[in-house]
Design a protein around this ligand. Structure first.
Ligand code: ACO
Length: 385
């Protein structure tokens, strides 16, 4: 049986930090409420497009695997905040990286998009369709966040990370997964204004309002992540005692603690990033995986469990066997262009764009981000050479 080993990894975090105290300058909230109810202390706000973050993360992952972009056969781009719908986002990364031979597809299952993308790419390697793949999890949510809504705007952040998969005869990479969806609860998380159905009407395309039932999502998330984890462990012939590290989706620290308790995983075996990044939707799990590697928390041969949930409400849990190598083979010099504004300044700009005067179809043609054209070109050629 052929496997799909994870041989490269890399992340790209936008540098601008938005603290809870920053949020309290324009919202009726405070650091104590946010930190105690969610575990979040700060999050990142991107000054560039999702394409730029994804391309730099992808270049870093390819360098880590020492795989030239020209040899890449598949790019799967997991996200629900695509810069454009047509053309797809993976094709933009293919172009920027110079991965001319690669098939390019997008996967959107909201916060679980990276993990569903990992399943897709692994299946295509295991069935011999391709020999390798770049799997990306990326979100730039801040430009269409419903900032005045404190129930939701304190929870999210921007970021990106990617992994490289390569065919292997060793039992490595994704060993098994359980994927599912509670579609009857899909109304609990809906972004009105983010889709072509909003071309007309009171909420127009790009003028986003979030329908968000935090309590209901919380309950469903705990059940879905727990059941998926229990099932995938049983399916793969393991128990939670075999798991070296849990790298969960990070939407709320209390959700993670509740899932860990129900599956019987001690918190010292759960890797947390929520305090510093918040919920980055599809980017959360891959960024946490890269941070865990960089902090030495992933040992050679480690068994890693990755439970997640997202809008839909999609849910899943993935069981991964790490290989022997936990250090990069090479380092990319790909970098983002410098950020000249604070996170709070950028958020105030996003909010100004959503004020009533800007609520018309006029805004449809405006660039999503001021620096959208400045895609991170420096270093990408070297990484893909
Ligand atoms: N600051 C201060 N007070 C707040 C804030 C805030 N940011 N948000 C809500 N409150 C208030 C509420 O108005 C309420 O006040 P009231 O009692 O006077 O009515 C009070 O705090 C309690 O609100 P609850 O909703 O009961 O708070 P709860 O403890 O349930 O926490 C939260 C809310 C953090 C949203 C939690 O339910 C949660 O994390 N749910 C999961 C949501 C999530 O992460 N979704 C991600 C979806 S993934 C994807 O695919 C995008």
């Amino acid at each position: 049986m052929r496997y799909a080993a994870i041989t490269g990894w890399g992340k790209c975090m936008p540098p601008a930090i938005l603290s809870n105290t920053d949020l309290a300058t324009f919202l009726p909230t405070d650091d104590e409420w946010i930190a105690s109810r969610t575990g979040i202390h700060e999050r990142r706000v991107s000054h560039v497009s999702a394409h730029a973050l994804a391309s730099v993360a992808g270049a870093r992952a390819l360098a880590c695997a020492d795989l030239p972009a020209a040899e890449l056969e598949l790019i799967v781009y997991g996200s629900c905040s695509n810069d454009e719908q047509i053309p797809n986002s993976a094709s933009g990364v293919q172009f920027t990286l110079g991965a001319g031979k690669a098939a390019a597809m997008d996967v959107n299952t909201a916060c679980t998009s990276f993990l569903y993308a990992l399943s897709t790419a692994t299946a295509m390697i295991r069935t011999g369709v391709v020999k390798n793949a770049l799997v990306i999890g990326v979100e730039v949510i801040s430009p269409f966040m419903d900032w005045p809504n404190r129930n939701v705007s304190v929870l999210f952040g921007d970021g990106a990370a990617a992994v490289v998969l390569q065919a292997s005869d060793e039992p490595q990479g994704l060993l098994g997964e359980r994927l599912g969806c509670y579609a009857e609860a899909r109304h609990t998380l809906r972004v009105r204004g983010a889709g072509f159905t909003y071309a007309r009407g009171t909420v127009v395309f790009g003028d986003t309002l979030w329908d968000f039932d935090g309590r209901e999502i919380f309950k469903q998330a705990v059940v879905g992540m727990t059941e998926a984890s229990t099932e995938v462990l049983a399916k793969c012939g393991h128990t939670v005692a075999d798991v070296d590290l849990v790298v969960p989706h990070q939407a709320n620290l209390r959700i993670i603690e509740s899932v860990a308790k129900r599956i019987g995983a001690p918190m010292d075996r759960v890797f947390l990033t929520i305090a510093r990044y918040g919920n980055m939707s599809a980017a959360t799990v891959p960024v946490a995986l890269v941070d865990a590697l960089e902090e030495g928390r992933v040992k050679p041969g480690a068994l890693i469990l990755m439970p997640a949930f997202g809008g839909g409400l999609t849910w899943c849990s993935h069981l991964v066997r790490w290989g022997e190598r936990t250090a990069p083979l090479a380092v990319s010099d790909a970098e983002l262009p410098p950020c000249t504004r604070s996170a709070l300044e950028m958020v105030r700009e996003f909010m100004a764009r959503h004020e009533p005067a800007g609520r018309s179809n006029e805004g449809l043609m405006a660039p999503v981000l001021p620096d959208d054209a400045a895609v991170a070109a420096p270093g990408l050629d070297a990484a893909s050479a």
